[in-house]
Ligand binder design. Structure first.
Ligand code: UN1
Length: 488
């Protein structure tokens, strides 16, 4: 076992010890294994980070976009080369399986490269003018210092898809990751530094809620991008609104997979399993609800139950493990409480459900892959995001009923529909109230060149990625341009 990493913060190009509480970051599969330890940041480090980001913001914005992009592309290469090692560290620190961890690191590299290459593609628009001898330019300029607040569940990919566009379009960054995953945060910050990012352009402060709130309310922060729970996201949005700064918040999900009678059921079973249990269900895009039509329900649920009970749950760094633990003891307790409440409210067990009582699965923070069929009156597990490996199932008598059940949620991030009937697919595009729709694939997944974000309680402000990333991380100046010489 490698020695625990020392937790440090990157402020103005220097790696510093924090002045806050001492924390120990442990492996959720083996809580006695320390992954990183050190002192959290507090207001002192946050203020230093914001001051540095403010000081260098004009200089960074003046660097040609080509050069900024080249730094990101170099960082992509560093991250890619480290994928095996960092993917394993990620699995140990966060709990997803090693192949998922390696996949996530490679995805971060892909995101850095995508935004690095996008740096010089678009600097605004040129319009004609109703007046002679004039052109109107709409130029895009960076917003300034961006506050980035990221969750535990994608410790490197989500930071990459916020930090890469922020930097490439000319902003400086103060980043507060979840304090449960400090190691991967330090790895990404170091990769960007090694790729040539000047001091102060990216600052990393690993802190608790106080630092997060301090960042959201800081007068030196010009825009905030956040991923996490709806409760925290809305507080950050309010803090941003109070100061008049733009906020992009990606929040919870309660994503439905709808399986219709004409679907390829082998494909549907495979994809629903991926959506529900990959990353131990800890994705805002995870499939946490399943709606299946009456005609196929019995057989389909029996098949899913068999697959879920057969999943190889265990230590995420071991070869062959298919599902790891949830992130910490508090998550295990609250997810298990949600399952117990569902049983009290009449749920029928299709798979999992009972807490592990002994062995390494009981000492680690494991929750069994669980599938519950619900009675008609919606229990809490139908509505509340548990953020774990729990799939709540309802049967529908018709396609209309299935769509109505899919929309029966305050959230609207993603959905999946399984059917070979094109008309049903087209109806789903119109009728399902979600920001992301997968037709015949699992509800999770995202590509950097297209928008990512949800409807209803799932999103606030401009979406991430795609064209909207450039829009969020820049603002426009409309320039009425004349030559300066009087003309008749
Ligand atoms: C994915 O579905 O692969 O927090 C990415 C989350 C999302 C990212 C999902 N913002 O889970």
């Amino acid at each position: 076992m490698t020695a625990p990493a020392q937790l440090r913060h990157l402020v103005d190009g220097q790696w510093l010890d924090g002045a806050g509480d001492t924390v120990v970051s442990i492996s959720p599969a083996e809580p006695d294994v320390v992954v990183a330890q050190g002192r959290l940041a507090e207001t002192t480090e946050l203020d230093g980070a914001v001051a540095a980001a403010q000081r260098v913001k004009r200089e960074w914005a003046r660097i040609p976009a080509h050069e900024r992009g080249a730094i990101l592309v170099r960082a992509a290469g560093i991250v890619e080369n480290a994928a095996q090692d960092w993917g394993t560290e990620l699995a140990r620190e966060e709990g997803k399986t090693k192949p998922e961890g390696i996949g996530e690191v490679l995805r971060a590299a892909q995101i850095l490269r995508f935004y690095g290459n996008d740096a010089d593609r678009d600097a605004g628009e040129v319009f004609s003018s109703p007046r002679r001898g004039e052109r109107i330019l709409v130029t895009r300029k960076p917003v300034g210092v961006v506050g980035v607040i990221t969750p535990f569940n994608f410790p490197i990919a989500i930071p990459a898809w916020k930090i890469a566009p922020a930097l490439t379009y000319g902003n400086t960054v103060v980043w507060k990751p979840a304090s449960t995953v400090p190691l991967l945060a330090m790895r990404l910050a170091q990769a960007l530094t090694d790729a040539g990012l000047p001091d102060g352009v990216l600052n990393l402060v690993i802190g608790d809620r106080t630092v997060g709130n301090g960042l959201a309310e800081h007068p030196g922060i010009d825009a905030i991008t956040f991923t996490g729970s709806t409760g925290v996201g809305r507080r950050i949005a309010a803090a941003g609104a109070a100061r008049g700064v733009p906020v992009q918040a990606e929040m919870g999900g309660k994503n439905a997979a709808v399986v219709l009678g004409d679907a390829d059921l082998e494909l549907a079973a495979e994809q629903v399993m991926f959506g529900a249990f990959r990353s131990t269900g800890q994705k805002c895009t995870a499939t946490s609800r399943l709606i299946v039509t009456d005609d196929i329900a019995e057989d389909f649920l029996a098949e899913l139950g068999k697959r879920a009970d057969a999943l190889n749950v265990g230590n995420p760094v071991q070869d062959g493990t298919e599902m790891g633990p949830v992130v910490n003891a508090a998550a295990r307790t609250s997810i298990q409480a949600g399952i117990d409440r569902a049983f009290e409210q009449g749920a029928r067990r299709i798979a999992g459900g009972h807490a592990y009582a002994e062995g390494t699965l009981a000492t680690g923070f494991f929750v069994p892959p669980t599938i519950l069929e619900l009675p008609s009156q919606s229990p809490d597990v139908w509505r509340e995001e548990l953020f774990g490996p729990v799939l709540a199932v309802r049967r529908a008598g018709s396609v209309d009923e299935a769509f109505a059940l899919a929309n029966d949620s305050e959230f609207g991030l993603s959905a999946a529909i399984f059917t070979q009937d094109l008309t049903r697919s087209l109806d789903a595009i119109d009728d399902l109230d979600v920001g992301i729709l997968h037709i015949n694939s699992e509800s999770a997944g995202a590509d950097p060149h297209v928008p990512f974000g949800g409807a209803k309680k799932s999103g606030y402000g401009p979406k991430e990625q795609g064209r909207s990333a450039r829009e969020f991380f820049t603002h426009t100046t409309t320039v009425y341009l004349r030559g300066g010489q009087a003309r008749l």
